[in-house]
Write a protein that binds this ligand. Structure first.
Ligand code: HPA
Length: 271
């Protein structure tokens, strides 16, 4: 990672029209349709952005979009990079550094996760109020990290309290159930064993997924307020575990999407 690389990508995107964004949004599973609510000013494929990680098959449609949403200038990341695709933690989080260099003041993230807390049900949304990094590495573990921010980044409050308070109130006003909890990030792509689900429960996780934590660590490194919401797509009960059903996971994320869009739009309006 070097500052020159960040400058090259940032000035390229500014020339393409990505100027003065206020909010960055990572569209994970369950928020893809938010793009239909954006008045698009410009868009570019990840493959055409210098220094962006090279797309894998899954990210044919990986795109950066810029425009207006609820009166705010936003950048949407349509498609994110996962550790399980073979990227490094620095590559996964490079786009977050770029959004910050372009000027975003807040970062919003969505993802799909499995429910470890069995009081939470599939289809529920869960606001992250803390996390456990089980990915075996840090996106901040590189030689010149202090050129970009504090090496020993504080993580005592990784998720922005102000945005969390606001989205909790918005959920209440709209009668949307918004759980709150601890998200554990694993590498994947394999799902967990029964013993791993038991372990995750014991260590205090409410949900488990394969993304988000690297982006949140880098947001904290950049002192960028961040909020993240999971769609809980399956219930991870080690005493009654069924084989994973990916089409069902995708269907449940799709069903929960209107709730997620309502929350994110109202939040964007109010921050
Ligand atoms: N484990 C990990 N990631 C997931 C899961 C899960 O059970 N469900 C959705 N994403």
């Amino acid at each position: 990672m070097n500052i020159k690389t960040i400058e090259i990508t940032t000035s390229f995107l500014k020339e393409k029209g990505f100027v003065n964004p206020e909010i960055g949004i990572v569209l994970g599973t369950g928020l893809g349709q938010l793009v239909n609510h954006l008045t698009i000013e410009c868009e570019i494929n990840y493959a055409d952005i210098p220094n962006f990680p090279l797309s894998t098959v899954e990210f044919h449609s990986g795109k950066l979009l810029f425009g207006t949403l609820e009166g705010k200038k936003v950048i949407l990341m349509q498609g994110r990079f996962h550790l399980y695709e073979g990227y490094s933690l620095q590559e996964i989080t490079f786009p977050i550094r770029i959004l910050s260099a372009l000027g975003i003041k807040k970062l919003l993230i969505s993802n799909a996760a499995g429910a470890i807390n069995l009081n939470y049900k599939k289809g529920d949304l869960m606001l992250l109020d803390d996390h456990i990094n089980l990915q075996g590495g840090s996106p901040l573990a590189f030689a010149n990290v202090s050129d970009f921010g504090e090496r020993f980044t504080d993580m005592c409050a990784p998720y922005d309290e102000d945005m969390n308070t606001k989205i909790t109130a918005i959920a209440k006003q709209n009668a949307i159930v918004l759980r709150k909890g601890v998200y554990a990030a694993v590498v994947g792509p394999q799902l967990e064993t029964r013993a791993e689900y038991r372990y995750l429960k014991i260590i205090g996780a409410d949900a488990v997924g394969m993304s988000t934590v690297p982006e949140v660590i880098v947001a904290n490194h950049l002192q960028l307020p961040v909020l993240a919401v999971s769609v809980l797509t399956d219930e991870c009960n080690p005493d009654d575990l069924k084989p994973v059903n990916i089409p069902e996971i995708i269907a449940i994320a799709g069903e929960a999407e209107p709730k997620m869009i309502t929350l994110f739009k109202a939040l964007i309006k109010n921050i």
